[in-house]
Each structure stands twice: as C-alpha cells, then as structure tokens.
Design a protein around this ligand. Structure first.
Ligand code: NAD
Length: 480
C-alpha cells in the first residue's frame, strides 16, 4: 500500500491511493502560519470516479450480513486505536487543538466505531397485522445506498467517523470529503480503513474545498448527503441537490446557558469554562451566551473571569499544558475580534481577555474573552462566533431568560445549571433545542441521538437513531 501522507495528501478511491497531477490546496498550521502539507483540489471527474466506485461496491456490500459489517467496524476501530498519537498529532497540526484534546477525540472515535458495530447487529424489522385475513405485511429496513459525507475541520476525526460508523452499520457505501483545513487527519483515518479487509470501494475519500463538495453533492448518483458544517453551506447544498436525495444537516448555532439562583456556582463556572473555551470555542455546541440570575450574577462573573484568565493559550503541539490553541483561520480570527468590538461598542464590559495575543503571531491566537452586561442586540448574543468568547447577560425572571435563549434561529444545544427540580423540568421542556444539558455540559454523547432543530438542521448523529438515517423502509405485503 502506498502512503497518502508522504508530504502530499492523496485521494483514496476504490481501494487505491490515486496520484494527482492537477491543482492542489495548501494546509496551514494555524499555530505557526507554516504550510504543513497540500491536498488534491479534486475535480468533478475525480468525484465521479469515487461515486462510481461506491456505487459498484454497494451492490455486494448491501447484502453483507450485519454481523460481518460489525466485524469490519470493530477492525477499523482497532486500527484507529493503534494510531491514536499519529492521528492526534495530525489533528493538532492542521487545526490547532491541544494534543491531549486531539488524543481524546481519537479515543472517542474508537468508542463510537465499536458502538456502531454493536448496533449493526441489532437492526430489525417487523411483521404488522393486516385487517384482511390471509395477508402479512413485512416491514424491513434496507441501506439507502451511496452516501456523500461532508465534514468540517473542528472535530475532523469524529465528524467523519460518526458518519462512517452509522453508514457502514446500515450497509451503505460512502464517499467522504474531509474539510480542506484537515485533510491529512482525514486521510490517516482512511489509512486505518485501508488496513482492514473492507472491500474496495465501500469507503472512498477525496479532498478539496467547496467546489469539490458541490460536485459531490450535485452528483446524480448519490442517495444520501450527510453534511456537517455551516448553515450557509447547508442551505446551498439543499438548494443544489441533483435529484430527490435524503439529507441530514448538522449545522451551526448560538448555544445559550441559563444559570439560575439555585445553581451550584462552582459547577456552573467549571462547566462554562469548559464549554465556552474548549477547542478555542470552535464547537457547534460551544456556549456562546449566558443568562445569569441577578442574585448570583456578580459572584458567577468574578469566578468566570478569574478562570478564563488562568487558561493557558499556546501551541498545543509544543505546550503539554495548553488549554486553548489557535483558531483555525483568519476568517474566524477576524469574526471573533469583530464580535468583541461590536459588543464593546454597544456597551458590554470586557472582564477577561479582549482580543488577539500579538506575541504569538503569526499564530492565530486569541485571549479567552468574557463580556459582561451584554444584550440581545449584540452579535455575540445571536450569531455564531465560533471563537473563544462568551457574552453574559443578567436576568430576573426565568421565563424571560428562556424566551431570550429561544429567540435566535439556533436550535442545537442549550445548557442550564440549577438545583431546583421544578426549574430543571422547566428548562428541559421549554428550551427549544435538540440537545439540552442540565448541570453538565456534555450535550452530545454517543449513546443518545444528537441533532439540531430550527436553523441548526435536521437528522441525527449518535445513538441507534443515527443508523435510521442511512436506512429506508420497505413494506412487502404477502398473500398466503
Ligand atoms: P463549512 O460549511 O464552511 O464547510 C463544511 C464542509 O463543507 C467543508 O468540507 C467544505 O469544504 C464543504 N463545502 C463548502 N462549500 C460547499 C458547497 N457549496 N457544497 C458542498 N460542500 C461544501 O463549515 P466549517 O467552517 O468547516 O465548519 C464550521 C461550521 O460547522 C460551524 O457553523 C459549526 O457550528 C458547524 N458544525 C456543526 C456541527 C453539528 O454537529 N451540528 C458540528 C461541527 C461543526
């Protein structure tokens, strides 16, 4: 097997690492500004050969016994487990998260692949009663077909791996496009797949930016598009599909937090620090905006500002105790500083951080920033920033706080901290989000369905339910 990551990333199509003579796209380490590798800017013809490979593999893969598909998934998970450090290093170099966090992502991917392998063995159908004697209705679930899986860079292993796990468990074949910011880690994952006995063409991976993604999603022989990324790209994909195609859209959001007067403040502050600044705030379920009851507002803010100031911001490859790395690109760097400036100009107080760390330039490092006394008109309180910044507003009435939390188009994740059972149920029932976490900040876990609503998309990843998105139902009515 020739290796993809020998300086230049290659496509993996029909079980072969393909040479590429056309244009390429550089990948830049956001901590240093240095070019680390380059990738094929794949053409529509290359997309077509990957889709053809997936189509021809589908005819036999769809009939493979689910327990055998499970063995393949366990084997892929085992290969990933052997290469945790290598995968994590590639992630850190390409998108900047601290190495230990990247190792955690790779380990969670191993667990996710084993989870989907187990779920593959539990697929089932049913026989439903008929009103007429002498008939039986058989209800079966079959793999939907060839899947185009398109991923962003912020969890470059998991966001590919969840689709791969659920898709293969269902019996689908895949053409995967990693983000142009993280192709090397994506193709290392393809190497893990290539090291197993999985038949050629069941999984294919091609690199490139938006044009490649567009050629893939508009290809006429795709049965499902599994997309994770921004709302703008998701809308463009939905507008451009070539034929009736199953879609799942995991999009962005602006995730709120409500801290009531009954909250354990130590836990609330610990949770906020983790979910606002982890991955430099570049998580679709990052806490972007907080609503804190007036009785605990000052204490909460003081502890949050102190905690944010103590976070170690550094190159996650060189600094073992780094908490926060750089943001991935200039666009996010500029948007974050613009959102901070907008809030300050409209009257918010900066109580921690406030902007770029010029000593670490050209690395794209920003201080973890806490803005107090924000209001809903500020960009930080209703648009997705995707950087290490949080805005906090004071509230007196819980219904009003919930209404502000629900007031944006976002519907992915919301958080609450409170020790009152009534408040817990009020938050759980009234927050209009696909994922709500109370007294913890892990809104997405592999065992339970995870998906957005409103402008944050539709369809789910995680849980048994994720596999349903890769299946379609067949009813056979039999007269006997
Ligand atoms: P993005 O939309 O810019 O890119 C995502 C992927 O789409 C990339 O692979 C890109 O090359 C591809 N793409 C771009 N234009 C395309 C087109 N016209 N057709 C097809 N594919 C195209 O998003 P990003 O900057 O990589 O990721 C950040 C966004 O992802 C944030 O909004 C974040 O909230 C969201 N996100 C959501 C979840 C979730 O689970 N809901 C998880 C992670 C990230």
């Amino acid at each position: 097997m020739n290796k993809p990551n020998n300086g230049t990333v290659r496509n993996w199509i029909n079980g072969v690492w393909t040479d590429h003579a056309g244009p390429t796209i550089d990948v830049i380490n956001p901590a240093t500004g240095q070019v680390v590798t380059s990738q094929p800017d794949s053409s529509a013809e290359q997309v077509d050969s990957a889709v053809s490979a997936a189509r021809s593999a589908f005819s036999s893969w769809r009939t493979v016994n689910p327990s055998v598909r499970a063995q393949h998934l366990h084997a892929i998970a085992d290969q990933v487990a052997l290469r945790i450090d290598e995968l994590a290093t590639a992630v850190t170099i390409e998108m900047g998260k601290p190495l230990d966090e990247a190792r955690g992502e790779a380990r969670k991917l191993v667990a996710a692949l084993h989870f989907y392998a187990e779920e593959a063995t539990r697929l089932r159908g049913s026989i439903v009663p008929n009103a007429d004697d002498g008939f039986s209705s058989l209800v079966e679930y079959e793999p939907i077909g060839v899947v185009a899986a398109i991923a962003p860079w912020n969890y470059p292993l998991e966001l590919i791996g969840w689709k791969l796990g659920a898709g293969l468990a269902a019996g689908c074949t895949m053409v995967i496009k990693p983000s142009e910011y993280s192709p090397g880690s994506g193709l290392l994952l393809a190497e893990c797949v290539a090291a197993t006995e999985l038949p050629a063409g069941v999984v294919n991976m091609i690199t490139g930016a938006g044009q490649t993604g567009q050629a893939l999603t508009q290809h006429g022989d795709i049965d499902k598009i599994a997309f994770t990324g921004s709302g703008a790209t998701g809308a463009a994909i939905a507008r451009g599909v070539a034929k009736a195609t199953s879609l799942s859209m995991e999009l962005g959001g602006s995730c709120p937090l409500i801290v009531t007067e009954t909250a354990d403040l130590t836990e609330a502050v610990r949770g906020t620090l983790r979910r606002a600044f982890r991955n430099a705030g570049q998580i679709c379920i990052s806490i972007n905006r907080g609503y804190v009851h007036t009785d605990v507002y000052d204490d909460y803010l003081a502890a949050l500002a102190e905690g944010a100031t103590r976070l170690v911001v550094a190159d996650g490859l060189q600094t073992p105790n780094a908490d926060v790395g750089p943001v991935v690109n200039q666009e996010i760097f500029d948007r974050t500083t613009a959102h901070i400036a907008d809030a300050v100009q409209r009257g918010a107080r900066v109580i921690a951080g406030g902007g770029p760390i010029s000593d670490l330039a050209p690395g794209l490092f920003l201080q973890p920033t806490v803005l107090a006394d924000t209001d809903q008109d500020m960009l930080i309180m209703h648009e997705e920033t995707f950087g290490p910044v949080i805005g906090i507003a004071r509230y007196t009435d819980l219904d009003e706080a919930i209404s502000q939390a629900n007031s944006t188009s976002a519907g992915l994740a919301a958080y609450g901290f409170c020790r009152d059972l009534g408040q817990t149920f009020t938050l759980s029932k009234q927050l209009d989000f696909g994922n709500v976490a109370i007294n913890n900040v892990d809104a997405g876990i592999i065992n339970a369905p995870y998906g957005g609503r409103k402008g944050s998309g539709f369809g789910v990843e995680h849980g048994r339910e994720a596999i349903d998105g890769y299946l379609h139902v067949k009813h056979t009515r039999i007269r006997h």
